[in-house]
Design a binder for this molecule. Structure first.
Ligand SMILES: *Cc1c(COP(=O)(O)O)cnc(C)c1O
Length: 395
């Protein structure tokens, strides 16, 4: 097997099928013309998922992206849809039926909780949240009707690392579909299929796209689940937009080099922040101070640029003084682009099993591709404003 940087540069491209053009062309398509009655009949009946029959069912542009991501993750096939959340809902709903019980990590990407509560629960699909640190203890939560186990590691905002091998061992022999949101690590730093997971989710909106200009989600499936997810996609009518697919394919080519810088900058910032008096703790799996650092080291081959920190409690004016005048860090949701981001988060609104107990303000940072010294400079001036605003409040 070729090394990952090499695969990243070539996966999914077939230049000599398109005049030697390196990147797969953007096919804008709804209607597909058929050259003969025989073609019309056989192409539709072939059942070949790569048959070009109608825009919604895929074009060479979408096939190229799906082939690329499937190869990178090591799955049997991939299905690209219009957002990460769409990929998640598709993966879940394709496998679940009324009466089923689903175990969902308490540290799940928060909109998935809404999906569980407002879509799945009314369909008589019971979602139960579990402690991301449950490990082998997951066995105690299994029921006769448990049909799916939903994992995300590190956890959203709180970055708990799950003991995936212990969990997979504990559920072995049960008829349970396992789903893993692999957006943080990307296929480069965590390999869900090596752990026996059935479906890996990429919010390609984040690192795979990498430039904050597209929405896309990809469900990568193993042999056991691919057919049913593909069929559900066709039934429900999901598809992905051609220009976004093109941008995604282009973004993926630089994933390895981008992630190296994201990783480096995040580590430099995390270490610097650990030394700041305003910081209670930095929550980054690659720091030795992280409670599950050993699990991260065992199961992951790198860290991306997203982490959190807890700073001391302060009045809203002090927090605004810190955040409002940053010059490089932008405030915004999502992440994975080239720009650095910072956002405060009231995480316990989205936790029912393992809330954070520190009394402070949780900030999430995405380290972009800028020079780390300049990023530190920006934060240093932010902390000076923060302290000044706190002092003023006191006097
Ligand atoms: C952003 C995100 C999603 C959802 O992706 P969208 O493309 O925004 O719908 C899912 N999971 C994780 C971990 C995310 O960060």
């Amino acid at each position: 097997m070729r090394k990952r940087a090499t695969r990243l540069a070539h996966a999914g491209n077939r230049p000599f099928e398109t005049h030697g053009v390196i990147n797969p062309p953007v096919y804008h398509a709804s209607t597909i013309a058929h050259g003969s009655l025989d073609d019309l009949r056989t192409r539709h009946a072939s059942g070949d998922p790569r048959a070009v029959v109608y825009g919604r069912h895929g074009t060479p542009t979408s096939f190229a992206v799906e082939e690329t991501v499937a190869e990178l993750e090591g799955g049997a096939g991939a299905i690209a849809v219009s957002s990460g959340l769409a990929a998640i809902s598709m993966a879940m709903m394709s496998q679940l039926r009324p009466g089923d019980h689903v175990l969902v990590t308490d540290s799940v990407y928060a909109p998935v909780r809404k999906l569980c509560e407002d879509v799945l629960t009314p369909l008589d699909i019971e979602c139960e949240y579990y402690d991301p640190l449950v490990g082998a203890g997951i066995a105690d939560l299994l029921r006769e009707r448990t049909r799916m186990l939903y994992m995300e590691s590190p956890g959203s905002h709180t970055f708990e690392i799950m003991d995936v091998p212990a969990i997979m061992k504990a559920i072995a022999g049960h008829d349970i579909v396992t789903l893993f949101d692999n957006t943080w690590a990307t296929p480069l730093y965590f390999r869900p299929f090596d752990f026996g997971i059935d479906i890996s989710i990429q919010a390609a909106t984040k690192y795979l796209g990498g430039h904050s200009d597209l929405m896309m989600g990809i469900a990568v499936c193993n042999d056991a689940t691919l057919g049913s997810v593909q069929r559900y996609r066709d039934l429900i009518g999901h598809c992905a937009a051609p220009d976004d697919l093109y941008l995604l394919q282009r973004g993926i080519r630089t994933l390895d080099v981008r992630l190296q810088r994201h990783q480096h900058n995040a580590m430099v910032l995390a270490r610097w922040l650990e030394g700041r008096p305003e910081v209670i703790r930095v929550i980054h799996p690659a720091l030795p101070s992280h409670p599950q650092h050993d699990l991260w080291k065992r199961d992951f081959s790198g860290a991306s640029g997203l982490f959190s920190l807890m700073i001391e409690a302060a009045p809203e004016t002090a927090l605004a003084a810190l955040l409002d005048h940053l010059e490089l860090f932008l405030m915004g949701y999502s992440w994975g682009g080239y720009e650095s981001l910072i956002i405060p988060y009231d995480i316990n609104r989205h936790r029912s099993v393992r809330p954070l107990t520190d009394r402070g303000i949780l900030l999430r940072i995405h380290a972009g591709l800028e020079d780390a010294d300049d990023l530190i400079d920006d934060l240093e001036r932010g902390f000076a404003r923060f302290n000044e605003a706190k002092d003023q409040q006191r006097s």
